[in-house]
Design a protein around this ligand. Structure first.
Ligand SMILES: NC(=O)c1ccc[n+]([C@@H]2O[C@H](COP(=O)([O-])OP(=O)(O)OC[C@H]3O[C@@H](n4cnc5c(N)ncnc54)[C@H](O)[C@@H]3O)[C@@H](O)[C@H]2O)c1
Length: 326
C-alpha cells in the first residue's frame, strides 16, 4: 500500500520513517513550501509536490497522511475521502466541531477508513496503566490526574503561537489526555477549565482542567507551554486499593498498594525497555484495519470526542462556567 504525506516538517518527517517501518511505501510528499516536500521525499525516494490537493488525486496513492497545521486537516480529509483514499490524520481532528462534522461526513459518504493519531493510546506506559486498572490493581478508581507539557512547540512556522490556529495547549497538547482519560474512564459529564492564555498570550499558555466523568470519577488535567525548557508527562490514578504513578522523568511506572491491600507495599512494576515507537504502532494498527484484520484502537468518533472535550474546556475558560456534555 502506498502513502502520500501532506505536511512535511515536524510530524511529516517523524511519521515518514514509521510509515515505511510499518510496511507501507511512501509515494509522494506534499507541502505548500515545495522545498520541504523535496527534502523529505529525497530521503525516501518519493515524489515531491507543492500542490497538496494533487496528493489526494494520485492514482497510486492508497492512503493520505494529513500532517499539516490543525485548521487544514479537515479540507484535506474531505478531499482525500472524496478521491476514495483512506486517511491518517494527526490530532486534533479539526479546529472546530463544524470541521470535524464535515470531514466525518465525507469519510462516511465515501466509505473510506479514517485513523486519527491519538498516539498516547499506543504509549506502552499508558497502556500498562490501563491494563493495571482493568485488572483491578488499585481497586475502584476515584481520581485521575495527568500533567503534560514543556515549552510552546516551535513548529515550522508561527502557527502554534497563533491561538486561532492551534487552540493553545488545551486544544493542541492536553487533547492527548482528554482522549486517554475518556478511553480508560468513559465519557465526561462536565468540564471546568482555567487558562492562562487570556492573560499572558499564546506562547505562555497554561491550562488547568477538571472533569467529572459520567462514572463519577474526577479527572484533572494540567497542560503547560510555560516552561523554559523540556517536556514532561505525569499520571496519577487513585483507587480504594492504592495508586499508580508515572512520571516520564522518573520512569518506570510505580504502583503503591495500601498496607492492608497487599503484602508488598511500594511494589515497583518495571516499564518495558521499548523498542517499537508508539508512532509505528499506530501505523501497524491502521494497516491491520486496512487489511481487514480487526478494529483500530482509535475510532473516528474518538477523534471527534477529543475535540469536543477540548472545545468545552476552552469555552469554560472563556466564560468562567462549567460546560456540560450531552
Ligand atoms: N501526535 C503528536 O505527538 C503530535 C506532535 C506534534 C504535532 N502534532 C500535530 O501534527 C500536526 C502538524 O504539526 P507539526 O508539528 O508537524 O507542524 P509543523 O509546523 O512542524 O509542520 C507543518 C508543515 O505543514 C506545512 N503546511 C502548512 N500549511 C499547509 C497547507 N495548507 N497545506 C499543506 N502543507 C501545509 C508547513 O509548511 C510545514 O511543513 C498538528 O495538527 C499538530 O497538532 C501531533
Amino acid at each position: 500500500m502506498k502513502v502520500g504525506i501532506i505536511g512535511c516538517s515536524g510530524m511529516g518527517a517523524h511519521h515518514a520513517q514509521f510509515i515505511c517501518n510499518a510496511g507501507f511505501k511512501l509515494a509522494v510528499c506534499g507541502d505548500t513550501i515545495p522545498e520541504r516536500a523535496k527534502a523529505l521525499a529525497a530521503k525516501f525516494g518519493a515524489d515531491a509536490t507543492g500542490d497538496c490537493m494533487s496528493v489526494c488525486r494520485r492514482k497510486d496513492v492508497d492512503v493520505v497522511a494529513v500532517l499539516t497545521p490543525t485548521p487544514y486537516h479537515a479540507p484535506y480529509v474531505v478531499a482525500a475521502a472524496e478521491a476514495g483514499k483512506h486517511v491518517f490524520c494527526e490530532k486534533p481532528f479539526g479546529r472546530t466541531m463544524e470541521q470535524c462534522d464535515e470531514a466525518l461526513d465525507a469519510v462516511e459518504k465515501a466509505d473510506v477508513k479514517l485513523f486519527l493519531g491519538h498516539v498516547v493510546r499506543y504509549f506502552q506506559e499508558f497502556e500498562a496503566i490501563k491494563k493495571q486498572i482493568e485488572a483491578g490493581k488499585v481497586g475502584k478508581v476515584g481520581f485521575v490526574r495527568t500533567y503534560r507539557g514543556g515549552i510552546c512547540p516551535v513548529g515550522a512556522g508561527t502557527w502554534f503561537r497563533d491561538w486561532e490556529m492551534s487552540g493553545g495547549v488545551t486544544m493542541d497538547t492536553i487533547i492527548h489526555d482528554f482522549d486517554w482519560i475518556r478511553y480508560v474512564f468513559g465519557d465526561p459529564e462536565r468540564i471546568y477549565c482555567q487558562n492562562l492564555k487570556e492573560r499572558f498570550g499564546e506562547a505562555i499558555d497554561y491550562s488547568m482542567v477538571t472533569m467529572r466523568m459520567k462514572s463519577g470519577i474526577i479527572a484533572t488535567t494540567t497542560g503547560t507551554w510555560a516552561h523554559p525548557a523540556g517536556f514532561q508527562v505525569k499520571v496519577e490514578v487513585c483507587g480504594d486499593n492504592g495508586m499508580i504513578q508515572y512520571d516520564s522523568n522518573e520512569a518506570p511506572i510505580s504502583s503503591m498498594m495500601r498496607a492492608n491491600a497487599s503484602d508488598t507495599p511500594g511494589m515497583i512494576v518495571p516499564g518495558s525497555p521499548v523498542s517499537v515507537s508508539p508512532y509505528q504502532l499506530e501505523w501497524e494498527d491502521f494497516k491491520r484495519w486496512l487489511e481487514g484484520n480487526g478494529e483500530p484502537r482509535v475510532t473516528p468518533e474518538d477523534g471527534v470526542w477529543a475535540v469536543r472535550i477540548a472545545l468545552g474546556a476552552l469555552e469554560s475558560a472563556q466564560t468562567g462556567q462549567p460546560v456540560t456534555f450531552n
